[in-house]
Every structure is written in C-alpha cells, then in structure tokens.
Design a protein around this ligand. Structure first.
Ligand code: ZN
Ligand code: ZN
Length: 311
C-alpha cells in the first residue's frame, strides 16, 4: 500500500474510535491557551523562566510548560544551543519554584525538549518533547535548523546537493525519536522546511520526500505521540505559516493522529505567537481538537473553544 499522504491507513478507523479522556468540547477555561514548548536562558532562550511566566500571563495563558534543550555532547551541539548538564538541577529547581510562586495564577509544568542525540533524561519531568535538530553524515553532525547558510552548505558538501537525501536521513531519525526518547510529543515534525518556504530550496511535494515523511509519521503514530503544530519559525521571521505542512497535517488527521499547538518560544513576547493561525490551520486540515497537559494528564480541547481564547 502506498505510504503517500493521500493514501488511507488500516489503523485510521481504530484510532479515531479510541476513547478520549475528554470529549473535546468541554473546553475547560482553566487550561487554554497553553504552550508546552518554551526556552529560556538555561539554553538558547532570551529570557529567564520567570520572565517567560510573566509573558505567558500577559498572553492570557493559564498554564505553561518549560521544555529546555536537553544536554548534548559538543559533537552534537556545535551551535551550543543546549543546556549544560551541570545546569539541570538548577533548571529543575527554578521551574518548581515558579510552580509554587504562581500557583493559582498559572499552572507550570517541568518538561524537556529531549534531543535525539542526548542521553536519557531522569524521571523528573512532567513531559518530554522528542526532537531531531541534526543529522550525521561523513562523521560530521549537521544542523538542519541553525541558519539557511549552514543548511545549504551541509547539503552541498555532504549530500552532493541532494536535499531529498538529507530529508531521508532526517526523517529516518524522526521516525525513531519517540522510541529513542520516550517522548509524549513529537517536536516540529518537518523542521527541515524551516528555510524552505515556497519550496525555495527543495520540492517538499516530491515522492521521495513524502515517502520519507510518511514513513516517519507512521512510526510515530504507532507510539501514539502528539504532533506539534509549531509556530516557532514564524516568530523568528523564517516562515509565514506553522509547520507541519498542510498536506502532512491532513495525512495525520486521516490516520487518527493528535496534535498540540506550541510556539517554540525563545522570548517573553512570543509565548502564544500565532496561535490563532495555528488553530485555524488545524481546523482547515480536519482536526476538531488540540491537546493540552493538565494535572491529570493530557486532555483534548475543542478547537472552536481554543480559538475563542487566542488572538
Ligand atoms: Zn527544537
Ligand atoms: Zn525548541
């Protein structure tokens, strides 16, 4: 059976029939909007955790999850974007301090953006976002999202100019990220399109690209993770629409996949950036609900209700 986005899936009906912990329409006002993808000065963010808390309150959030970049060995972190391993205890205690301080005003969750190449995290986190930021070729670690220039030179020097070969290497890792990290959320599924708006670098509709992407999607669906609709590249001026691409979102919906809307925020003014656009995109691609973390686990929020609370 074809694996392309327009092909059906044997598991689709079963997944869509699965009972949810919420009917998706209750729309508890205390849990929307929420951002679970937040960075601070503990890694490559611009603001302190407390400044991000205040930014979330200003944005009308009633909950916020911190997802600092998990520690990486220097080989995998040439851009030094990750948190230092020695800072993990301070990160953990600062987020827990904020949870106490802002109790009743903002629910605070302690998470981690667990990199494909990081050692396993401890058990102390409320949730993990599993992310792939790089591939390894010719013994070199190559970032797919640092700058457009580094992406272009990586493809030229290590993939013979073949972006689809890069995509195959990238999605091979993405498909494995949940098994490897134990994450509940798959981060920015098609991150390698960060600098490819309008297909300016490569054809994201090419069969080889779609086969690689759909293989990864099917692998992640088997792990039943949430897929982010992520607006981070928009707030940083790289894109005018969230990722994943609409064709991939429609394929995800057809296969019974679930989403959560995140901003991948690196500054206090972008905690709920473009959430309306992300919610409208989800609706247009056929989703009826987005998922949020609560004190009793992940719960569905109807997208119509979600859109009432975002600007
Ligand atoms: Zn990331
Ligand atoms: Zn991130």
């Amino acid at each position: 059976m074809s694996n392309r986005p327009d092909a059906g899936s044997a598991e689709t009906a079963r997944r869509q029939d699965r009972p949810h912990t919420d009917d998706g329409q209750k729309g508890d006002d205390n849990m929307t909007p929420q951002n679970l993808h937040t960075h601070t000065v503990f890694s490559d963010g611009k603001n302190t955790p407390e400044e991000m808390v205040l930014g979330a309150v200003r944005a009308g959030c009633t909950s916020l999850g911190f997802s600092e970049h998990s520690p990486l060995a220097p080989f995998y972190d040439p851009d030094r974007y990750a948190m230092e391993a020695a800072d993990l205890p301070a990160y953990r205690s600062e987020i827990l301090r904020l949870r106490e301080k802002y109790a009743g005003q903002l629910e605070v969750y302690l998470g981690l953006e667990q990199d494909y190449d990081s050692p396993a995290p401890g058990p102390d986190f409320d949730y993990l976002i599993g992310s792939v930021h790089s591939v390894v070729a010719d013994g070199v670690c190559l970032s797919v999202d640092n700058t457009r220039e580094t992406l272009v030179s990586a493809v030229r020097e290590h993939f013979g100019g073949d972006y689809l070969a890069l995509a195959e290497a990238y999605f091979q890792r993405v498909g494995d990220v949940a098994a490897r990290t134990g994450c509940q959320i798959a981060g920015h599924f098609d991150l390698l399109t960060k600098f490819n708006e309008g297909d300016c670098l490569f054809d994201a509709g090419a069969p080889r690209y779609l086969d690689a992407a759909m293989g990864a999607m099917e692998a992640l669906l088997r792990r039943d993770v949430l897929f982010e609709i992520n607006t981070g590249a928009m707030s940083r001026g790289c894109r005018t629409s969230p990722y994943p691409a609409p064709s991939l979102l429609r394929a995800l919906r057809e296969r019974g996949g679930r989403i959560c809307i995140t901003s991948d925020s690196h500054s206090e003014g972008t905690v709920a950036f473009a959430f309306r656009q992300a919610g409208e995109l989800a609706l247009a691609c056929g989703f009826r609900e987005t998922w949020a973390l609560t004190e009793t686990g992940f719960q569905a929020i109807g997208l119509e209700k979600f859109l009432e609370h975002v600007s």
